[in-house]
Design a protein around this ligand. Structure first.
Ligand code: ADP
Ligand code: MG
Length: 700
């Protein structure tokens, strides 16, 4: 039969039921899937290094013959080492495989083999050089064919029983049989503008590069063939986002009046301070959305303390002055109350009616609040998820603001939106999201960024201390408290599990009785009744409580400028983004602030890097890039919930630039109304499931 990209892999020579099953487990079902499984590395087997000229410290590839091999067991040790001696025309080399029992019986004298790895000096016999745990591949008996030696060789990750060598054969055969029967879905004008190779040429060269291709460029995925495949993947993903967004924009929404002296006056009246340049720019972006007759869908990103609230409240003023209502939804009661107080202070003074809706309210108060929302008497309603419950009815909802949006599920956001008729939606987040990821995850949202802090903030210093240092840490805290400031002590009780909670409560008791007997200390955690939480927060805000021992319930929004110290115990148990959020509670006033991360001194690996990053920088963008690198895009947000694409070729970490280019091209094409239907057909032919795939990524 003649092959095409959609042919199932089972029809390929060399793929039987067992291999097909292993491939299927990796979602490789068709020839196309197989071809988009690119090598993760390339090896130069045009030029092997003769054994006589290998040098310690170098990574090299050697073609040799097996001379001898045996398994060495050591008395009193369970593992064994496999020792292999290989030889070429110029000399012999020792190769060691630790935990090598699995290799027994696999090597035979005379066998041809390629070995790739780092050359080292034998620690016990310094005159001898060796390779330890190198990669290796046996060459075929035929004396080696064109896929294995005498060329730049692609190295694939093994897939079950399919070794790199088997994959190489199968892919090579598939490419030979396909020939030029690989259609190119990229629009011709884009291929031309970016001088891209055709898809057929790119696939051939990405798997079996010509000998002229520099090896380092290949291994950095920088060759034209690889870049073209990466671009293609990003392009179709962004095309889907662009098409979705276009559909949203033809939905009718509310065109608010913005350019109006009365409204300008109202905006000025409520402003409690001079906005920063970033706040002004972002408000202008939002105002332009409000004015447009299509629903706003905007993500407002700004580091903790950058001043998102006032921007949201200014947007609210525009909407209220147009005769509509505003809903502001926050993920926790503490935060909702905080927003409510801010809104009442800022908007209430200008004569707007501000309402609070949380689940812990008394029935009578709740009934009255609901009535004011329904009648339209309430201009702005602040609340938790209580806002989206059934009995809540707005008279005329024009704007839905969602704070810390990643804490809400897609459905909750949709329900808030449905409380009105195509209201504008503004989602706010303090979670630093690298631009690359934002473009991918929230690519159908417009993005506004507040990248500047309000003036008059004292510097924030972060230090790493261990538990043995705690006595000194408490002394330091005492000094700050004596100077009239306040402190937080935070415990990693994330899910409010009973046992962890107990540890926090015990520490609270210990601190208040033994360490800080002279001070007033409060305790705050998620299991307290809401009146109790409010009371504690209020006392802390008013300065009657000097120190607050808390779980991560204080992570978002809590704003007490006089608090200048935060001690985070067991900091190693938190993620980097969460620690950054937490410390955003301090550094809000003019005084210098201190964040003390308490964690084992000998922490290693990723944990160590997390804490060192936080000590080094307080810049949200830098933190988010580090977080993305440490955790990888998949875990960054939880892929499933956010519909992050499963990328086959491209990497969000490595390929920022191509993502931006692909996005620009895709959005530019879709901007031309006449072409949209044709582009939808094109995308459907590349990815029949595209609509479903983006459903998850949508916010609101
Ligand atoms: P976040 O972005 O974390 O929600 P907030 O909106 O809570 O930040 O603002 C943090 C603090 O900074 C608040 O006390 C707020 O009143 C203050 N603030 C915001 N913008 C300015 C500004 N332009 N000038 C002075 N203070 C500001
Ligand atoms: Mg906030």
């Amino acid at each position: 039969m003649t092959l095409s990209l959609s042919t199932e892999v089972t029809y390929l020579k060399g793929v039987g039921p067992q291999r097909a099953e292993a491939l299927a487990r990796r979602s490789i079902l068709t020839v196309e899937d197989l071809l988009y499984n690119l090598p993760f590395r390339y090896e130069d087997r045009l030029r092997f290094t003769p054994i006589s000229s290998v040098r310690p410290g170098e990574i090299c590839t050697i073609q040799a013959e097996v001379a001898d091999g045996n398994l060495l067991r050591f008395r009193g040790r369970r593992d064994a080492m496999y020792h292999l001696l290989v030889r070429d025309a110029t000399g012999a080399l020792h190769v060691k495989f630790f935990h090598g029992a699995y290799l027994e019986g696999r090597f035979h004298p005379g066998q041809r083999i390629v070995i790739h790895g780092k050359v080292e000096i034998d620690r016990l016999r310094p005159a001898r050089i060796e390779m330890v745990n190198p990669q290796f591949e046996m060459l075929g008996a035929s004396g080696g064919d064109s896929t294995e030696v005498g060329r730049i060789v692609p190295i694939y990750e093994a897939i079950g029983p399919l070794t790199p060598r088997v994959l190489r054969r199968i892919i090579h055969t598939a490419l030979e049989n396909l020939g030029a029967a690989i259609p190119d879905p990229l629009p011709a004008e884009i291929i031309e503008r970016h001088a891209l190779p055709s898809r057929a040429a790119a696939l051939h060269a990405a798997h079996f590069p010509p000998p002229t291709e520099p090896l380092d460029r290949l291994n950095q995925f920088q060759t034209p063939a690889q870049q073209r495949l990466i671009f293609e993947e990003f392009f179709f993903f962004q095309l889907g986002l662009a098409l979705r967004r276009r559909r949203q924009q033809v939905e009718p929404g509310i065109a608010f009046r913005v350019r109006d002296d009365r409204i300008r006056e109202a905006l000025k009246r409520v402003l409690p301070f001079k906005p920063t340049a970033a706040q002004k720019r972002v408000l202008a972006e939002i105002a332009a959305d409000l004015e447009r007759p299509t629903p706003m869908n905007r993500l407002l990103q700004g580091d903790v303390g950058s001043g998102k609230t006032i921007v949201a409240l200014e947007a609210a003023v525009i909407v209220i002055e147009n005769g509509y209502q505003v809903a502001l939804m926050a993920p926790t009661e503490i935060l909702a109350v905080q927003h409510f107080l801010a809104a009442r202070r800022i908007l209430g003074g200008a004569g707007y009616t501000v309402e609070l809706l949380v689940s812990g309210m008394k029935p009578a108060a709740r009934r009255e609040a609901l009535e004011r929302v329904r009648s339209g008497e309430a201009h702005i309603v602040v609340g938790t998820h209580a806002l989206i419950e059934d009995p809540v009815e707005f008279r005329k909802l024009g704007l839905a603001v969602i704070d810390e949006q990643h804490r809400f599920g897609v459905l909750q956001r949709k329900r808030l939106r449905e409380k009105g008729a195509s209201p504008d939606v503004l989602v706010m987040t303090a979670t630093p999201i690298p631009r690359t990821l934002a473009l991918t995850l929230y690519g159908d949202l417009d993005l506004s960024v507040i990248d500047e802090m309000p003036p008059g903030r004292g510097p924030l210093k972060t230090a790493w201390r261990s538990e043995e240092d705690l006595a000194g840490v408490w002394e330091f805290v005492r000094g700050e408290l004596r100077a009239g400031r306040q402190a937080y002590v935070v415990y990693p009780v994330v899910e409010e599990s009973k046992q962890e909670l107990k540890a926090a409560i015990e520490q609270y008791e210990r601190l208040s009785r033994l360490v800080f007997a002279e001070c007033k200390i409060g305790l705050l955690h998620g299991r307290l009744a809401s009146e109790e939480k409010d009371r504690v927060m209020e006392e802390f805000r008013a300065g009657r409580i000097q120190m607050l021992v808390a779980t991560t319930v204080i992570e978002v929004g809590v704003d007490v400028p006089n608090a200048t110290v935060m001690v985070i115990e067991h900091a190693e148990r938190f993620g980097i983004a969460q620690l950054h959020q937490l410390r955003g509670r301090i550094g809000r006033g003019r005084e210098k602030s201190y964040c003390i991360l308490v964690a084992p001194r000998d922490l290693e690996g990723e944990g160590r890097e997390r804490l060192e990053t936080l000590v080094r920088t307080a810049n949200g963008a830098e933190i988010s890039e580090a977080d993305l690198k440490l955790r990888g895009p998949g875990e960054f947000f939880g892929t499933a919930q956010h519909g992050a694409p499963a990328l086959r070729v491209a990497s969000l970490l490595r390929d920022h630039d191509l993502l931006e280019q692909a996005r620009q091209e895709a959005f530019a094409l879709v901007a031309d109304d006449a072409r949209a239907p044709e582009l939808e057909r094109l995308l459907a032919s590349v990815d029949p499931n595209w609509q479903r795939r983006y459903e998850l990524a949508r916010v609101g």
